[in-house]
Design a protein around this ligand. Structure first.
Ligand code: HEM
Length: 464
């Protein structure tokens, strides 16, 4: 009897685990990335680039796609450009399905909800409300210049010697996003006091990207067993409430403007969207508009601090302009060719959104006429795989070489557009669901580089 109970106790969980982790038989015959690779962060300090080289590059480049465990399920990760454009073009077949669909109970779904980036059903509604606040013919550079100058002041005030930049870059990115899209001045940069909405960001990032919960979001169900998950939900709710309150207070104090938050609140007050939809879209704006810029600027400090030749050449170009235009407009700053090529090359080698698996096949399909995709399969893309493939970008694909973009701004923009349409350059994704903040993001980095290079030189600390 005891033996029977014991074998049941062992057998039942093992069978459950086998069922949970099995690869669906309908999946196409692609290489499988072992599940432990998703958990390496638990015991190894390997960077994402090293992990990619060791486990992903060969099978992805040979097959154009692999099977990978991502956020609680086996999915298909694609890197062949023709297949990617097939996914991006066929928006109604490979439909957006973020965490709110994939793992609705999870901490990450609580954070992001249903929003303009991850929604399929409500995307048109959200876009009709938000697009005018995200895309402008011309953005005013006054505030961008002022906030970038403040970042440089704060970094200079730290004195000579090694300076970690990430914390101040995050504050700068939050302040820029707040002013540009929410009409809220957070003033976190250089502030001796904590600004809760900003300081919560570091906690949120650490909570979300903890390897075990990111890989197995089903664990989020066990709040009664895992106090850290209970806390995680509380943190997400705190962020939600604080942001909603800050926005509504701003609306009470200020007159109407063409900024995004005004449009969203107006849509809520006229019953076009619910309070939850307002909150979800405020949160995704806050997150996406600061986090990607933050990552890109960190990469920029690294890359130009290791390639001082590029830094020096860019400084010459920038100083040439600042002599004539100390406060350049968007139109003026966009005339600088080397600056344009450096920014495009940074986005190629350091795409802030390097991988996303957030689309689901609504029907059985054949990707690019070659790869069978069963109905209900999650598919996604890896930008680093595409951008660093020598078969696509040439033998020097992994080198930082701004010159590859051409010599005039028109030539560079032409190549940018062509590569995006072909699915060979996807830092902002491509086709209908491509980034709506792209124009602002490019300007933001250009303005920061303009200010930074005019005032400081830097190298990466050899100890880093
Ligand atoms: C360097 C900075 C940025 C990068 C690399 C970036 C990248 C991306 C990517 C890859 C997507 C597609 C996501 C997907 O396929 O699910 C996206 C979508 C989006 N991004 Fe950005 N982004 C940046 C900055 C911004 C900014 C500043 C905003 C302003 C709020 C913004 C707003 C959006 C929106 C609204 C979408 C959804 C577009 C749609 O589905 O119609 N992004 N972004």
């Amino acid at each position: 009897m005891t033996l029977l109970v014991l074998s049941f106790l062992v057998l039942f969980p093992s069978l459950l685990l086998v069922w949970y982790l099995h690869i669906p038989r309908s999946f196409p015959p692609l290489p499988v990335i072992p599940i432990y690779v998703s958990l390496l962060g638990l015991w190894s300090s390997m960077g994402q680039d090293e992990i990619y080289e060791r486990w992903f590059r060969k099978p992805l480049e040979a097959n154009g796609a692999v099977i990978v465990w991502f956020a609680g399920r086996w999915s298909i990760l694609v890197s062949r450009p023709e297949w990617l454009t097939d996914i991006f073009r066929n928006e109604d077949l490979y439909v957006k399905a973020g965490s709110q669909i994939k793992n609705p109970h999870s901490v990450i779904a609580t954070l992001v909800g249903d929003n303009i980036i991850n929604s399929h059903r409500n995307w048109k509604l959200y876009t009709s409300i938000m697009k005018p606040g995200l895309q402008k013919k011309l953005f005013d550079t006054t505030s961008l210049l002022q906030k970038s100058r403040k970042l440089v002041d704060v970094l200079i005030a730290k004195g000579q010697g090694p300076i970690p930049v990430n914390d101040d870059v995050q504050k700068w990115a939050v302040d820029v996003m707040g002013e540009a899209f929410l009409d809220v001045e957070f003033e976190s940069l250089g502030n001796p006091n904590d600004v809760p909405l900003e300081s919560l960001q570091s906690i949120i990032k650490a909570t979300l990207f903890s390897p075990i919960y990111f890989t197995f979001p089903d664990l989020d169900r066990f709040t009664w067993l895992l106090p850290s998950r209970k806390r995680a939900y509380e943190i997400m709710r705190e962020f939600d409430d604080r942001l909603y309150t800050a926005t509504m207070e701003m609306i009470r104090r200020t007159s109407k403007s063409d900024k995004l938050s005004h449009m969203l609140v107006d849509a809520y007050l006229t019953n076009k969207i619910t309070e939850k939809q307002l909150r979800d879209n405020l949160k995704i704006t806050f997150l996406t508009a600061h986090e990607n810029a933050q990552q890109l600027v960190n990469s920029m400090f690294w890359q130009l601090g290791t390639r001082v030749d590029v830094q020096s050449r860019l400084r010459v170009e920038v100083l040439g302009l600042s002599d004539i235009h100390p406060n350049p407009s968007q139109e003026i700053i966009n005339t600088l060719p080397y600056l344009t090529s450096v920014v495009l090359e940074l986005l190629r080698l350091f795409p802030p959104v390097s991988q996303l698996i957030n689309r689901v096949a609504m029907q059985s399909a054949v990707l690019g006429g070659d790869l069978p995709i069963p109905k209900g399969t999650f598919v996604g893309w890896n930008a680093w795989a595409v951008h660093s493939n020598t078969a696509i970008w040439g033998a020097d694909a992994r080198e930082f070489r701004p010159e590859r973009w051409g010599s005039t701004v028109d030539e560079m923009h032409g190549r940018f557009r062509r590569e995006t349409v072909r699915g060979t350059y996807i830092p902002f994704n491509a086709h209908r669901r491509k980034c709506l903040g792209q124009g602002f993001a490019l300007l933001q980095l250009k303005v920061l580089l303009f200010v930074l290079l005019g005032r400081v030189r830097w190298v990466v600390d050899p100890e880093y």
